[in-house]
Design a protein around this ligand. Structure first.
Ligand SMILES: Cc1cc2nc3c(=O)[nH]c(=O)nc-3n(C[C@H](O)[C@H](O)[C@H](O)COP(=O)(O)OP(=O)(O)OC[C@H]3O[C@@H](n4cnc5c(N)ncnc54)[C@H](O)[C@@H]3O)c2cc1C
Ligand code: SF4
Ligand code: SF4
Length: 379
């Protein structure tokens, strides 16, 4: 038997239509023949063009192209492959939040960056640092469309401090930031940073582990956002507006800390119970097992007691070097996670909850959990 060369036909049946597809768009940016498009309004899924095999097949795939399956962070044994590539071994079931070097609290020292950030502004500070030190030429991020009043999140490229600051903060609808890859490269960028949700943050590692070509080699820095779900755009009208009278064009900031925290442009503050948002959970998040962005260089989240600090999980040597260098340059500051031990307990709890969503009939790896985490010092 010749070796199997899985391509779009297998990706379509095993991931896109099986409920595993997150919409990360890794396959779209890796496709060398531009036969994949993307629905960024409703399904947030890749679509194969009619001319080259239709929805379910691919004429280039039939001739041997396998790049879409090599770029997919939900195809078959993706977690084990990424783990082995990044850390030299698979995750232990006790490592529910993935493998890491350090968990710490961190924030931007620059008041403007700290203020613009969703939590401590760590992500924006690191992106600005990476651009200004020329570690990367561009960052793939998410902006709000137009003047921001639509609250529609769209992928985009940041090449300067001002652009990073314009993209700061969190939107809780989906934005496949990987899709900004093409604009970045066409604009001359060779080395990229990616700031994106957990599902997208596994794309660079899976591409590198499966040798998915030059797309994989362009990602120099990968910052993942902790994430339990995103919501459909309809949540703005059907929940926030209809039930609570909070019109989307009046909303200035949203955060999620056990409830939807909503600040309006008139300065008023409102809370909406998180459970009420459940029915607008985006379909692509329903089977996602990765709360903690386990394959990022650095994962960043807002859980914890301190509103203006970001919880940072430093995972790779690259991530560690970047954190230390940014600290030494004075653009970020750190404080020990021991100041907020409850944050780590919550990190593990939310990581376990997400892992239980991974279907039992898929590769068993991502569902494996143990009750306790291996203490850092014993590794
Ligand atoms: C959809 C979503 C769900 C999240 N869920 C959790 C959670 O459950 N628990 C938790 O602890 N943390 C969660 N986070 C992470 C948290 O909101 C912060 O992003 C994180 O703490 C970093 O804060 P910061 O101030 O350092 O980041 P900032 O400096 O504000 O930078 C944030 C970066 O995120 C990008 N971004 C914003 N919105 C999106 C989006 N919709 N899609 C892709 N990229 C985006 C921005 O472009 C920016 O580069 C979530 C983030 C998002 C976007
Ligand atoms: S999970 Fe990502 S790479 Fe895989 S099929 Fe869906 S969009 Fe493509
Ligand atoms: S829960 Fe977050 S990381 Fe998982 S698929 Fe949804 S957006 Fe992606």
């Amino acid at each position: 038997m010749p070796p199997e060369k899985p391509h779009w036909a297998q990706l379509y049946s095993e991931v896109v239509t099986s409920g595993l597809c997150t919409g990360c768009a890794g396959c779209v940016i890796a496709c060398p023949y531009d036969v994949l498009t993307y629905d960024d309004r409703a399904s947030f899924r890749p679509i194969h063009v009619d001319e080259h095999g239709g929805a379910q097949d691919c004429t280039y795939g039939a001739r041997g192209c396998t790049l879409c399956t090599r770029a997919c962070p939900r195809f078959r044994t993706w977690e084990a492959e990424c783990d082995t590539y990044l850390f030299g071994r698979q995750r232990e079931p006790s490592e529910v939040a993935g493998q890491y070097i350090e968990v710490t609290l961190a924030r931007a020292t620059d008041a403007d960056v700290n203020h613009a950030g969703q939590d401590g502004g760590l992500v924006s500070a690191l992106l600005i640092w990476a651009l200004e030190t020329k570690m990367v030429d561009a960052a793939l991020v998410s902006y709000l469309e137009g003047d921001g009043r639509s609250w529609r999140a769209v992928p985009g490229v940041a090449r300067s401090r001002d652009e990073v600051l314009a993209s700061a903060g969190s939107r809780y609808t989906y934005s496949a930031n990987t899709l900004a890859y093409k604009d970045a490269v066409e604009g001359g960028a060779q080395r990229l940073a990616l700031a994106a949700m957990s599902c997208q943050a596994s794309a660079p590692a899976v591409m590198a582990s499966r040798k998915a070509g030059k797309v994989a080699r362009r990602f120099e820095l990968n910052i993942g956002l902790l994430c339990s779900k995103t919501f459909d755009d309809a949540i703005f009208t059907a929940l926030f507006d209809k039930r609570y009278g909070l019109r989307r064009e009046e909303i200035a900031k949203i955060n999620i800390k056990g409830v939807f925290e909503i600040w309006l442009r008139d300065g008023s503050y409102h809370e909406v119970p998180l459970a009420e948002g459940y029915e607008w959970t985006r379909a692509g998040c329903m089977a996602c097992p990765d709360f903690s962005a386990e394959h990022a260089d650095i994962s960043a989240g807002g859980i914890g007691a301190f509103d203006d600090w970001t919880l940072a999980i430093v995972r790779t040597e690259r991530g560690s070097e970047v954190m230390e260098a940014a600290c030494a340059d004075g653009v970020i500051e750190k404080r020990p996670i021991d100041d907020d031990p409850a944050a780590v307990t919550l990190l593990r709890k939310l990581s376990r909850v997400s892992r239980r969503r991974w279907p039992e009939d898929a590769d068993p790896g991502p569902r494996l959990v143990a009750k306790t985490e291996v203490p850092l010092a014993s590794r």
